[in-house]
Design a binder for this molecule. Sequence first.
Ligand code: AMP
Length: 200
Amino acid sequence: MIGAPGAGKGTQAGLIAEQFGIAHIASGDLLRRHITEGTTTGRTVEGYVNKGELVPDAIIMDMLRKPVMAASEAGGYVLDGFPRTVEQAEAAYRTAGSLGVGVQIAIHLDVPEDELIRRMLARARGADDTEDVIRHRINVYEQKTRPLLDYYAQRELLIQVNGARPVSEVTWSIVVQLQRAFKRPPALDQMQLTADRAVA
Ligand code: AMP
């Protein structure tokens, strides 16, 4: 699930996971939990998260490995907030290939910038939700995460969704497109992945 901060990734990833009976794994939620619990990882990442900077890849990969493996064995997952950069996507491919798990479909939740800022200010979740940090996070998204859209469009199916609509309409649009996509015969190199029903 790819989208700028405030695009509704968390909400939609949760609903889609529920709909398909698979796990919802959110890198931002896991990081915030580490920070709240004061773990070693939490203390390392706190500065990055509060400033709206990306946390170093190695920390993210270590943190996600276990939950992704467990969810994959249990039937699949929606990844929310990862990958965030083309480098992370490539690292994920390298790891996933050797473990037999992987991304099948990327979903882009598209929301205009003024709506993103309005939503983020309205929910003000923590230290990373001041207006300056919100603008910075959107810039980080534009520079580092948006290139992922081309990356996925070239490698597999990229589902484009207009996220500036009521929650249930957005969910419906994602579900319909996913159902359509899963009915399609998979490309040869995706064959063994279809059983996992993995979505990111
Ligand atoms: P999110 O809840 O997905 O908006 O993430 C909140 C914050 O966690 C981001 O602003 C980053 O500081 C950090 N973060 C979450 N996911 C990643 C990731 N895949 N790579 C690097 N940093 C991340």
